[in-house]
Write a protein that binds this ligand. Structure first.
Ligand SMILES: [Zn+2]
Length: 333
Protein backbone atom coordinates (compact mmCIF):
# COMPACT_ATOMS: atom_id res chain seq x y z
CA UNK A 1 0.00 0.00 0.00
CA UNK A 2 2.82 2.38 0.92
CA UNK A 3 4.42 1.64 -2.43
CA UNK A 4 1.26 2.59 -4.25
CA UNK A 5 1.09 5.90 -2.38
CA UNK A 6 4.78 6.57 -3.07
CA UNK A 7 4.29 5.88 -6.77
CA UNK A 8 1.25 8.12 -6.86
CA UNK A 9 3.24 10.85 -5.15
CA UNK A 10 6.08 10.60 -7.62
CA UNK A 11 3.67 10.68 -10.55
CA UNK A 12 1.95 13.74 -9.13
CA UNK A 13 5.28 15.46 -8.62
CA UNK A 14 6.35 14.61 -12.16
CA UNK A 15 3.12 16.04 -13.49
CA UNK A 16 3.97 19.40 -12.01
CA UNK A 17 7.70 19.27 -12.68
CA UNK A 18 7.72 18.21 -16.33
CA UNK A 19 6.45 21.55 -17.62
CA UNK A 20 9.13 23.30 -15.56
CA UNK A 21 12.09 21.36 -16.91
CA UNK A 22 11.17 21.34 -20.57
CA UNK A 23 13.09 23.65 -22.91
CA UNK A 24 11.56 26.90 -24.16
CA UNK A 25 8.93 26.90 -26.86
CA UNK A 26 9.42 26.88 -30.56
CA UNK A 27 8.90 30.42 -31.71
CA UNK A 28 5.70 30.33 -33.67
CA UNK A 29 4.92 33.34 -35.79
CA UNK A 30 1.56 34.95 -35.11
CA UNK A 31 0.09 31.60 -34.17
CA UNK A 32 -3.66 31.48 -34.43
CA UNK A 33 -4.08 28.00 -33.05
CA UNK A 34 -1.27 26.78 -35.24
CA UNK A 35 1.32 25.42 -32.84
CA UNK A 36 3.93 23.46 -34.68
CA UNK A 37 3.80 19.67 -34.65
CA UNK A 38 6.43 17.40 -33.25
CA UNK A 39 7.03 19.04 -29.90
CA UNK A 40 6.94 17.35 -26.55
CA UNK A 41 5.21 19.58 -24.05
CA UNK A 42 4.92 17.30 -21.06
CA UNK A 43 1.56 16.16 -19.86
CA UNK A 44 -1.40 18.36 -19.11
CA UNK A 45 -4.71 16.99 -18.07
CA UNK A 46 -8.19 18.29 -18.31
CA UNK A 47 -11.09 18.50 -20.67
CA UNK A 48 -12.29 21.86 -21.94
CA UNK A 49 -15.85 20.56 -21.60
CA UNK A 50 -15.34 20.67 -17.85
CA UNK A 51 -14.69 24.41 -17.90
CA UNK A 52 -18.32 25.09 -17.24
CA UNK A 53 -19.37 27.47 -14.49
CA UNK A 54 -22.29 29.59 -13.45
CA UNK A 55 -20.98 32.68 -15.19
CA UNK A 56 -21.97 32.76 -18.85
CA UNK A 57 -21.48 35.15 -21.75
CA UNK A 58 -23.55 35.68 -24.88
CA UNK A 59 -21.07 35.14 -27.69
CA UNK A 60 -21.73 36.00 -31.33
CA UNK A 61 -20.09 33.31 -33.49
CA UNK A 62 -20.76 32.84 -37.20
CA UNK A 63 -23.88 34.97 -37.06
CA UNK A 64 -25.37 33.09 -34.11
CA UNK A 65 -25.53 34.16 -30.46
CA UNK A 66 -24.50 31.34 -28.11
CA UNK A 67 -24.77 31.43 -24.34
CA UNK A 68 -21.46 29.93 -23.17
CA UNK A 69 -19.81 29.32 -19.80
CA UNK A 70 -17.24 32.09 -19.61
CA UNK A 71 -14.23 29.79 -19.39
CA UNK A 72 -15.34 27.75 -22.38
CA UNK A 73 -15.29 31.02 -24.34
CA UNK A 74 -11.94 32.02 -22.78
CA UNK A 75 -10.49 28.66 -23.88
CA UNK A 76 -11.30 29.57 -27.50
CA UNK A 77 -9.85 33.08 -27.13
CA UNK A 78 -6.62 31.88 -25.50
CA UNK A 79 -6.16 29.24 -28.20
CA UNK A 80 -6.81 31.79 -30.95
CA UNK A 81 -4.80 34.69 -29.56
CA UNK A 82 -1.56 32.97 -28.44
CA UNK A 83 0.44 30.05 -29.87
CA UNK A 84 -0.19 26.95 -27.75
CA UNK A 85 3.54 26.23 -27.92
CA UNK A 86 4.12 29.19 -25.58
CA UNK A 87 4.99 28.66 -21.92
CA UNK A 88 2.12 27.67 -19.63
CA UNK A 89 2.54 30.80 -17.48
CA UNK A 90 2.29 33.01 -20.58
CA UNK A 91 -0.88 31.19 -21.60
CA UNK A 92 -2.30 31.73 -18.11
CA UNK A 93 -1.52 35.46 -18.37
CA UNK A 94 -3.30 35.49 -21.72
CA UNK A 95 -6.32 33.70 -20.25
CA UNK A 96 -6.65 36.21 -17.40
CA UNK A 97 -6.21 39.17 -19.78
CA UNK A 98 -8.80 37.71 -22.18
CA UNK A 99 -11.27 37.06 -19.33
CA UNK A 100 -10.84 40.60 -18.02
CA UNK A 101 -11.24 42.09 -21.48
CA UNK A 102 -14.41 40.07 -22.12
CA UNK A 103 -16.09 40.86 -18.79
CA UNK A 104 -15.34 44.55 -19.17
CA UNK A 105 -16.82 44.42 -22.66
CA UNK A 106 -19.88 42.61 -21.38
CA UNK A 107 -20.61 45.44 -18.94
CA UNK A 108 -21.38 47.86 -21.76
CA UNK A 109 -23.79 47.07 -24.64
CA UNK A 110 -21.86 46.81 -27.90
CA UNK A 111 -23.37 48.68 -30.83
CA UNK A 112 -21.99 46.14 -33.28
CA UNK A 113 -23.93 43.34 -31.58
CA UNK A 114 -26.42 44.56 -28.97
CA UNK A 115 -27.71 40.99 -28.42
CA UNK A 116 -24.28 39.57 -27.61
CA UNK A 117 -21.72 40.49 -24.95
CA UNK A 118 -18.77 39.69 -27.20
CA UNK A 119 -18.08 38.36 -30.68
CA UNK A 120 -15.39 36.22 -32.28
CA UNK A 121 -14.06 38.95 -34.56
CA UNK A 122 -10.68 40.20 -33.38
CA UNK A 123 -11.18 43.59 -35.04
CA UNK A 124 -14.22 44.13 -32.77
CA UNK A 125 -13.64 42.01 -29.64
CA UNK A 126 -11.17 39.11 -29.46
CA UNK A 127 -10.32 36.25 -31.80
CA UNK A 128 -12.00 32.93 -31.03
CA UNK A 129 -11.42 29.41 -32.30
CA UNK A 130 -13.52 26.36 -31.43
CA UNK A 131 -11.77 23.41 -29.76
CA UNK A 132 -12.54 21.29 -32.83
CA UNK A 133 -11.00 23.77 -35.26
CA UNK A 134 -8.00 24.37 -32.99
CA UNK A 135 -7.41 20.61 -32.73
CA UNK A 136 -7.55 20.30 -36.51
CA UNK A 137 -4.92 23.08 -36.82
CA UNK A 138 -2.69 21.53 -34.18
CA UNK A 139 -2.55 18.13 -35.87
CA UNK A 140 -0.35 15.69 -33.93
CA UNK A 141 -0.17 18.09 -30.99
CA UNK A 142 -3.93 18.42 -30.64
CA UNK A 143 -4.24 16.37 -27.49
CA UNK A 144 -1.33 17.99 -25.65
CA UNK A 145 -2.20 21.55 -26.67
CA UNK A 146 -5.90 21.11 -25.94
CA UNK A 147 -5.05 19.99 -22.41
CA UNK A 148 -2.45 22.74 -22.02
CA UNK A 149 -4.90 25.52 -22.91
CA UNK A 150 -7.46 23.88 -20.63
CA UNK A 151 -5.00 23.96 -17.77
CA UNK A 152 -4.12 27.62 -18.41
CA UNK A 153 -7.81 28.53 -18.26
CA UNK A 154 -8.77 26.23 -15.38
CA UNK A 155 -5.78 27.13 -13.19
CA UNK A 156 -6.73 30.81 -13.36
CA UNK A 157 -10.31 30.09 -12.30
CA UNK A 158 -12.33 33.26 -12.63
CA UNK A 159 -9.38 35.57 -12.04
CA UNK A 160 -9.50 39.04 -13.52
CA UNK A 161 -7.31 42.15 -13.43
CA UNK A 162 -8.52 45.25 -11.64
CA UNK A 163 -7.19 48.78 -11.17
CA UNK A 164 -8.60 50.61 -8.15
CA UNK A 165 -11.41 48.08 -8.08
CA UNK A 166 -12.47 48.37 -11.72
CA UNK A 167 -11.88 45.80 -14.46
CA UNK A 168 -9.05 47.04 -16.64
CA UNK A 169 -8.98 47.41 -20.39
CA UNK A 170 -6.60 44.45 -20.76
CA UNK A 171 -5.19 45.24 -24.19
CA UNK A 172 -2.27 43.22 -25.50
CA UNK A 173 -0.06 42.98 -28.58
CA UNK A 174 2.30 40.52 -30.22
CA UNK A 175 5.76 42.00 -29.56
CA UNK A 176 7.41 45.23 -28.54
CA UNK A 177 10.77 46.67 -29.47
CA UNK A 178 12.53 47.27 -26.15
CA UNK A 179 9.56 48.65 -24.27
CA UNK A 180 5.79 48.89 -24.49
CA UNK A 181 3.94 52.07 -25.46
CA UNK A 182 2.08 54.46 -23.21
CA UNK A 183 -1.60 54.49 -24.21
CA UNK A 184 -1.45 58.25 -24.67
CA UNK A 185 1.18 57.88 -27.42
CA UNK A 186 -1.02 55.52 -29.42
CA UNK A 187 -4.59 56.47 -28.66
CA UNK A 188 -4.23 60.01 -27.39
CA UNK A 189 -5.56 59.54 -23.87
CA UNK A 190 -3.65 58.31 -20.87
CA UNK A 191 -4.64 55.29 -18.82
CA UNK A 192 -2.82 54.93 -15.47
CA UNK A 193 -2.13 51.19 -15.84
CA UNK A 194 -1.15 51.36 -19.54
CA UNK A 195 2.21 53.09 -19.28
CA UNK A 196 5.47 52.20 -20.97
CA UNK A 197 7.53 49.41 -19.35
CA UNK A 198 10.57 47.49 -20.53
CA UNK A 199 9.79 44.32 -22.46
CA UNK A 200 12.40 41.56 -22.69
CA UNK A 201 11.72 39.98 -26.08
CA UNK A 202 13.95 40.61 -29.06
CA UNK A 203 15.60 38.87 -31.94
CA UNK A 204 14.04 35.52 -31.01
CA UNK A 205 10.66 36.83 -32.19
CA UNK A 206 9.95 35.79 -35.80
CA UNK A 207 10.03 38.78 -38.15
CA UNK A 208 11.01 41.06 -35.28
CA UNK A 209 12.49 43.32 -37.94
CA UNK A 210 10.48 43.87 -41.08
CA UNK A 211 10.67 46.14 -44.09
CA UNK A 212 8.02 47.77 -46.25
CA UNK A 213 9.00 49.33 -49.59
CA UNK A 214 6.70 51.30 -51.83
CA UNK A 215 7.33 53.12 -55.04
CA UNK A 216 7.28 56.88 -54.50
CA UNK A 217 4.08 57.07 -56.54
CA UNK A 218 2.33 54.42 -54.43
CA UNK A 219 3.40 56.22 -51.28
CA UNK A 220 2.20 59.58 -52.57
CA UNK A 221 -1.20 58.46 -53.83
CA UNK A 222 -1.94 56.57 -50.59
CA UNK A 223 -0.88 59.60 -48.57
CA UNK A 224 -2.89 62.12 -50.62
CA UNK A 225 -5.98 59.92 -50.42
CA UNK A 226 -5.84 60.33 -46.63
CA UNK A 227 -4.37 63.85 -46.44
CA UNK A 228 -5.25 65.82 -49.57
CA UNK A 229 -3.64 68.98 -48.20
CA UNK A 230 -0.14 67.46 -48.13
CA UNK A 231 2.57 69.07 -50.17
CA UNK A 232 4.40 66.19 -51.88
CA UNK A 233 6.50 67.66 -54.67
CA UNK A 234 8.42 65.89 -57.40
CA UNK A 235 11.43 64.87 -55.35
CA UNK A 236 10.61 62.21 -52.71
CA UNK A 237 13.67 63.08 -50.66
CA UNK A 238 11.90 66.21 -49.37
CA UNK A 239 8.68 64.44 -48.37
CA UNK A 240 9.73 63.14 -44.98
CA UNK A 241 10.33 65.89 -42.43
CA UNK A 242 11.13 65.95 -38.74
CA UNK A 243 10.45 62.81 -36.74
CA UNK A 244 9.95 62.84 -32.96
CA UNK A 245 10.50 59.53 -31.17
CA UNK A 246 9.74 58.40 -27.67
CA UNK A 247 12.29 56.63 -25.46
CA UNK A 248 11.50 53.21 -26.88
CA UNK A 249 12.13 54.39 -30.43
CA UNK A 250 8.51 54.51 -31.58
CA UNK A 251 7.46 57.44 -33.70
CA UNK A 252 5.45 59.91 -31.69
CA UNK A 253 5.09 62.51 -34.40
CA UNK A 254 6.28 62.76 -37.99
CA UNK A 255 6.01 65.50 -40.57
CA UNK A 256 5.15 64.20 -44.03
CA UNK A 257 4.59 66.80 -46.74
CA UNK A 258 3.84 69.43 -44.10
CA UNK A 259 1.21 67.24 -42.34
CA UNK A 260 1.89 66.26 -38.71
CA UNK A 261 0.91 62.65 -37.97
CA UNK A 262 1.21 60.21 -35.10
CA UNK A 263 3.34 57.14 -35.71
CA UNK A 264 0.26 54.98 -35.24
CA UNK A 265 -1.49 56.87 -38.08
CA UNK A 266 1.40 56.13 -40.43
CA UNK A 267 1.39 52.54 -39.20
CA UNK A 268 -2.23 52.01 -40.21
CA UNK A 269 -1.92 53.96 -43.46
CA UNK A 270 0.95 51.81 -44.75
CA UNK A 271 0.07 48.62 -42.86
CA UNK A 272 3.34 48.56 -40.92
CA UNK A 273 3.73 45.93 -38.21
CA UNK A 274 4.28 48.63 -35.57
CA UNK A 275 4.85 52.35 -35.07
CA UNK A 276 8.50 51.66 -34.26
CA UNK A 277 9.88 52.51 -37.69
CA UNK A 278 12.33 54.57 -39.68
CA UNK A 279 11.44 55.81 -43.15
CA UNK A 280 13.57 57.19 -45.94
CA UNK A 281 13.51 57.88 -49.64
CA UNK A 282 15.93 55.66 -51.55
CA UNK A 283 15.87 56.71 -55.18
CA UNK A 284 12.37 56.03 -56.40
CA UNK A 285 11.46 53.96 -53.34
CA UNK A 286 10.16 54.88 -49.91
CA UNK A 287 11.49 52.32 -47.44
CA UNK A 288 10.20 51.65 -43.90
CA UNK A 289 12.27 49.60 -41.43
CA UNK A 290 10.01 48.34 -38.66
CA UNK A 291 10.63 46.63 -35.31
CA UNK A 292 8.10 44.63 -33.24
CA UNK A 293 4.49 43.87 -34.06
CA UNK A 294 1.30 45.44 -32.77
CA UNK A 295 0.17 48.69 -31.18
CA UNK A 296 2.62 48.12 -28.34
CA UNK A 297 0.19 48.92 -25.50
CA UNK A 298 -0.37 46.63 -22.49
CA UNK A 299 0.91 43.07 -22.37
CA UNK A 300 3.38 41.93 -24.99
CA UNK A 301 2.65 38.27 -25.78
CA UNK A 302 6.21 37.43 -26.79
CA UNK A 303 7.45 39.42 -23.80
CA UNK A 304 5.16 37.38 -21.56
CA UNK A 305 6.59 34.21 -23.04
CA UNK A 306 10.16 35.39 -22.53
CA UNK A 307 9.37 36.31 -18.91
CA UNK A 308 7.86 32.84 -18.40
CA UNK A 309 11.04 31.19 -19.73
CA UNK A 310 12.91 33.25 -17.12
CA UNK A 311 10.80 31.66 -14.41
CA UNK A 312 8.20 34.38 -13.90
CA UNK A 313 4.63 33.36 -13.08
CA UNK A 314 1.51 34.72 -14.77
CA UNK A 315 0.81 37.11 -11.89
CA UNK A 316 4.32 38.59 -12.20
CA UNK A 317 3.79 38.95 -15.94
CA UNK A 318 0.41 40.68 -15.63
CA UNK A 319 1.60 42.98 -12.84
CA UNK A 320 4.59 43.91 -14.97
CA UNK A 321 2.67 44.88 -18.09
CA UNK A 322 -0.35 46.44 -16.33
CA UNK A 323 1.03 48.93 -13.82
CA UNK A 324 -0.47 49.07 -10.31
CA UNK A 325 -3.13 46.39 -10.80
CA UNK A 326 -4.46 43.61 -8.61
CA UNK A 327 -5.44 40.12 -9.72
CA UNK A 328 -8.53 38.75 -8.02
CA UNK A 329 -11.35 36.30 -8.46
CA UNK A 330 -14.32 37.77 -10.26
CA UNK A 331 -17.33 38.24 -8.05
CA UNK A 332 -19.23 40.72 -10.15
CA UNK A 333 -18.65 44.05 -11.81
ZN1 LIG B 1 -17.49 42.28 -31.00
Amino acid sequence: MKKVIATALILTLLFFLIPLILPGPDRVDEGKGTGEPGESEGSYQGDWKELAGDQTLRVLLNGEVREMPINEYIWGVTAAEMPASFELEALKAQAVAARTYALRRAAVPNQNHPDADVCGDYTCCQAYISPEQAAANWGDNAEVYTAKITRAVADTGLEVIRYQGALIDAVFHSSSAGSTQDAVAVWGSSVPYLVSVNSPEGEEVPNFHSQVSLSAEEFRSAFLAAHAQANLGDDPKWWIGETVRNESGSVEQINIGGVLLRGSDVRSLYKLRSANFTVEAKGDQIVFQVAGYGHGVGMSQYGANTMATQGKGYRDILSWYYTGVTIETYTGR
